[in-house]
Design a protein around this ligand. Structure first.
Ligand SMILES: Nc1nc2c(ncn2[C@@H]2O[C@H](COP(=O)(O)OP(=O)(O)OP(=O)(O)O)[C@@H](O)[C@H]2O)c(=O)[nH]1
Ligand SMILES: [Mg+2]
Length: 453
C-alpha cells in the first residue's frame, strides 16, 4: 500500500455549542407585539428572506420553527398566518395568556471543517396589560394605594376618577363590613381604568383587571387602591381595607412575582414597541403618561454586560431597540418627525442606558404595511394622505390622518388633530416564497441578529 494513499477523514468537523438568544419584546397593550412577532417569524421563514440581512452579514442561514416545549403554550403563529392568508385577512385577537416560540437558526460555517453554528432564538408573547403590574413588586398596599390615588387626583384623571373617589369616600372602609361591597368598589375602579384607557392613558394598575386571562372572576383580583386610615390600629380584620390589603399581597406574591420569575427574566436583547399614534390621537398627557409607563416597565428588567461568568447567574440585556410601530400610518414625508417624537419620548431612558454602556437603537417600523402614501388636494392644498382599506369597508380609500409639524418643540403639535383608523392588513402570500410588505422589519431583524451571525 502506498503510504500516500492515507484515507483522511474529512467528515470530521469541529463541534460548536448551540447558542441561545432571548429577546424581550416589550410593549403596552395594542402596541403591536403579536403582529410584530408574526411578521418577524414570517420574514425569517420566507424564501426571499430579508435580502438586507444576507447582504449586510454576508452569511447564509436557515430558520426552522421549533416544536413547543410542553410546559408552556405555543405562540399561535400558524393560526395567525392562516388568518392573514385568508380571503378576508384579519389581525390577531388581543393576547390573553403567555405563549412562547423558538426559532432555530443555522448559520453556514465559513469553513467546511467547522460545524454550522446553531442559535435558538426565543421569543415570548403576552397581554400588554400584564406588563405594568410588574411594577407592583416591592411595593406594599399602602405605598401602591398612595401612588395610584395621587395619580387619580391629577390632571385629566381627576375627572375620570370622580365616581370611584366619591364611592370610597362614602363607605366606611375600616370597620367590619359585608364582602358584597368589595365587588362594587372594584367595579367602579375598573370603570375608571377603562375611561383612562379610552383617553389614551397607559399607566393602568392592576392591568390584569382589564385583561384577567385565567384569573377571570377570581377573587384574588378583588382589590383597588384605598386611602390608609389615620390610625392603623383602627382597621377591623373584616373590613374592606383589610380584605383588599390581603388580596393585594397575594396577587403580588402569587401572580406578579411568579410571572416575573417565569417569563420576564434572562434576556440579552430587548425590543420596546411603542404605539405613538395612540398619543397623537389623544393628548400631551397621553404622551407623558406613556413615557412614565415605559420607564416603570423597564425598571423591572436587568441590564448589563454578559460574559462567561455573569451568564452563569442569568442573562442581562445588552442591547435595547426602541421602535415606534404602525409607521405605515404616518405619510412618508413625516417619518423623520415620527422618529423624532419617539426620540423625545425615550430621551431620558436612553440616556440612562447609554451611561450604563447598554447599546441602544431607535427606529420606526411597520410589521405589516397596510397603507401607501399618496398626495391629494384638500381644499386646494396638496396633502400627504394614506391609501388603503379601512376596517369594516370593502374598497380602498384615500384618507387624511393629520400632519406632524416640522418642529415637534412647538405646542402646535398637541393642538393638531390626528385620527388613525384601523386599516385592514393586506392578504399575505399563499406560500412561504415571499414575505408580506413591511417597513424596516429587515433592519430590525438584522439588528437583532447581527452579533450572532
Ligand atoms: N397599520 C398597522 N397596524 C398595525 C400594525 N401592527 C399592529 N397593528 C394594529 O394594532 C393592533 C394591535 O396589534 P397587536 O399585535 O395585536 O398588539 P399587542 O401588543 O399584541 O396587543 P395585546 O395582545 O393586547 O397586548 C392590530 O390589531 C392592528 O390593528 C402595523 O404594522 N401596521
Ligand atoms: Mg398580543
Amino acid at each position: 500500500m502506498n503510504i500516500f494513499d492515507f484515507d483522511f477523514d474529512i467528515s470530521f468537523k469541529i463541534p460548536r455549542f448551540k447558542e441561545k438568544m432571548r429577546v424581550a419584546v416589550t410593549g403596552l397593550s395594542k402596541s403591536g407585539k403579536s403582529v410584530f412577532l408574526t411578521s418577524l417569524i414570517y420574514q425569517l421563514l420566507a424564501d426571499d428572506k430579508i435580502d438586507y440581512v444576507h447582504q449586510k452579514s454576508k452569511k447564509k442561514f436557515n430558520v426552522k420553527l421549533m416544536p413547543p416545549e410542553s410546559s408552556i403554550a405555543r405562540f399561535d403563529y400558524y393560526n395567525f398566518v392562516r388568518e392573514f392568508r385568508s380571503k378576508n385577512p384579519t389581525w390577531p385577537k388581543s393576547t390573553k395568556s403567555v405563549t412562547k416560540t423558538t426559532l432555530e437558526i443555522t448559520v453556514k460555517s465559513s469553513y467546511s471543517w467547522i460545524e454550522n453554528k446553531k442559535i435558538d432564538l426565543e421569543l415570548i408573547d403576552y397581554p400588554g396589560e400584564w406588563l405594568l403590574d410588574l411594577d407592583m413588586q416591592g411595593r406594599n398596599f399602602e405605598d401602591w394605594s398612595m401612588n395610584n390615588l395621587e395619580l387619580a387626583l391629577k390632571d385629566l384623571r381627576l375627572k375620570l376618577s370622580k365616581e370611584y373617589i366619591r364611592m370610597i369616600n362614602s363607605i366606611d372602609l375600616y370597620s367590619k363590613s359585608d364582602e358584597e361591597i368589595d365587588e362594587k368598589i372594584v367595579e367602579k375602579y375598573k370603570e375608571y381604568l377603562l375611561k383612562c384607557y379610552e383617553k389614551g392613558l397607559s399607566f393602568i394598575q392592576p392591568g390584569r383587571l382589564l385583561q384577567p386571562g385565567d384569573l377571570s372572576n377570581d377573587p384574588i383580583l378583588l382589590f383597588s387602591p384605598l386611602p390608609a386610615p389615620q390610625i392603623i390600629s383602627n382597621i377591623d380584620e373584616n373590613s374592606v381595607y383589610a380584605r383588599f390589603k390581603e388580596r393585594y399581597k397575594r396577587y403580588v406574591k402569587d401572580v406578579v412575582k411568579k410571572l416575573h420569575l417565569d417569563h420576564f427574566q434572562n434576556f440579552d436583547t430587548q425590543i420596546v414597541l411603542i404605539d405613538l399614534l395612540k398619543t397623537l390621537e389623544n393628548s400631551k398627557e397621553s404622551f407623558e403618561d406613556m413615557r412614565y409607563s415605559i420607564k416603570k416597565i423597564l425598571e423591572n428588567f436587568t441590564y448589563g454586560k454578559n460574559n462567561f461568568i455573569t451568564k452563569l447567574f442569568g442573562l442581562k440585556i445588552e442591547r435595547v431597540i426602541f421602535a415606534a410601530t404602525k409607521a405605515d400610518l404616518i405619510p412618508k414625508n413625516q417619518i423623520e418627525e415620527y422618529k423624532k417624537l419617539l426620540e423625545d419620548m425615550i430621551y431620558d431612558i436612553k440616556r440612562e442606558l447609554d451611561v450604563e454602556h447598554i447599546e441602544t437603537d431607535v427606529t420606526v417600523i411597520a410589521s405589516v404595511k397596510c397603507a401607501q402614501t399618496v398626495y391629494t388636494k384638500i381644499e386646494g392644498e396638496e396633502k400627504a394622505c394614506l391609501k388603503g382599506v379601512i376596517e369594516g369597508e370593502e374598497e380602498s380609500c384615500i384618507y387624511y390622518p393629520g400632519e406632524l409639524p416640522k418642529s415637534l418643540k412647538s405646542e402646535d403639535l398637541w393642538n393638531r388633530e390626528f385620527k388613525f383608523p384601523n386599516f385592514k392588513p393586506p392578504r399575505f402570500p399563499q406560500t412561504n416564497t415571499q414575505a408580506p410588505p413591511h417597513i424596516r422589519m429587515d433592519r430590525i431583524i438584522y439588528n437583532i441578529l447581527k452579533d450572532k451571525l
